[in-house]
Write a protein of this length. Structure first.
Length: 372
């Protein structure tokens, strides 16, 4: 079996591709796998670190503006699109894949289009509740469109072949146990709040949780783990200004990055986070009530649609960034943690949305296409 995967730009596109590649290798140790990524993209490091080969093309997206800077960028993007198409065709002809799998991002477009022109079977995986432009473009000629969220179906043409697979979930997330995690983190019986805004950090989330964290630092109401991110190194000083020194409060765990996320999320009673598809899949798998703050700075506002899939199932509270304040986030957390019955219902509803056998479902789709 020879499989070519393309997806990149963000971890939300790359990690599903890596999970699919690992599943294929587990099922068929003789499988040959090649990634195609954007030159200089995050995928170059992540794919190589995972032990897979990767080829590169140069591609970028169009800017929706008529400013001189945007026009120059778009002219260069148009030129890159032509060269990316040619480069993609050459990679495919050289590798001779049996199947091509796209997981989104700019790089996925030219590679999967080239595969379709060369009559190579193509399947695409959409991680979000609101599908990206690339996925919608490829869907009409794809053998299957694998959906992480069933709500995404309504945004496609009716003649597309859909399969609900869910998002691949890391094994350590599925194995995590709440009681064991709380014991390992040495937390007392008070509720534990977990908050984060991504590896770079999200200023609005940092500012929004500051009052909640500083209050707990002073009155001990909650345990709190918070990751402020690479660009949030000012955050501990903000807490000190608000009267809570994180170095002197045993119930506060304030750090730049959480490298044991599965453990921290398992121990949490409430999670405050952005609404990336993979993050929400893990929240659902663990059955965690959540306060969701969609990033407004993503294509098609897809994080908002991801969040609303949980809200519509009474599994989360959403606060749009324009409405985010110290008061709104504190009130949301207090509301959840003050009503144990409601908290339990949110947890059950989140877990009921989870698809924990996504890897197996995706593998079955691959086999189905190859058998054709």
């Amino acid at each position: 079996m020879r499989v070519l995967l393309a997806g990149g730009g963000t971890a939300g596109h790359i990690n599903p591709a890596l999970a699919i590649a690992k599943t294929i290798k587990e099922k068929d140790k003789t499988a040959e796998i090649l990634f195609v990524g954007n030159k200089g993209g995050l995928e170059q490091r992540l794919v190589k670190n995972a032990g897979f080969d990767i080829k590169s093309i140069s591609i970028s997206g169009f800017k929706r503006s008529f400013s001189p800077k945007a026009l120059i960028h778009n002219a260069r993007t148009a030129m890159r699109a032509v060269s990316a198409s040619s480069a993609s065709s050459k990679i495919i002809k050289d590798f001779k894949p049996d199947i091509c799998i796209g997981t989104g991002g700019y790089v996925s477009g030219p590679v999967m289009r080239a595969a379709q022109k060369l009559k190579i079977p193509v399947i695409v995986h959409e991680q979000n509740a609101f599908p990206g432009v690339t996925t919608k473009m490829l869907s009409k000629k794809a053998e299957y469109v694998m959906l992480a969220v069933d709500e995404a179906r309504k945004h496609f043409d009716g003649n597309v072949n859909f399969v609900l697979t869910g998002n691949p979930i890391r094994p350590e997330v599925l194995r995590a146990d709440e009681k064991e995690a709380k014991a390992k983190l040495n937390k007392n019986s008070k509720p534990l709040v977990l908050s984060f805004g991504g590896s770079l950090g999200a200023r609005k989330i940092n500012e929004g949780v500051a009052d909640l964290i500083s209050r707990s630092g002073k009155d001990g109401r909650y345990n709190h783990i918070h990751a402020y991110g690479q660009y949030g190194k000012w955050f501990p000083d903000l807490l000190r200004e608000k009267g809570a020194d994180p170095d002197k409060c045993d119930n506060l765990d304030i750090r730049e990055y959480i490298d044991n996320m599965a453990e921290c999320m398992a121990a949490a009673d409430v999670v405050i986070c952005r609404c990336g598809a993979i993050t929400l899949s893990e929240v659902q798998a663990m059955g965690k009530p959540s306060v969701l703050i969609p990033s407004p700075n993503v294509a098609e506002n897809h994080q908002y649609h991801n969040a609303m899939a949980l809200v519509n199932n009474n599994a989360a509270i959403v606060i749009e960034e324009k409405d985010l304040t110290d008061k709104s986030i504190t009130e949301a957390v207090d509301k959840l943690l003050s009503d144990k019955n409601a908290l339990k219902k949110y947890s059950e509803n989140a877990r009921n949305m989870a698809i924990t056998d996504a890897n197996e479902r995706i593998w079955n789709v691959i086999l189905k296409v190859l058998k054709k």
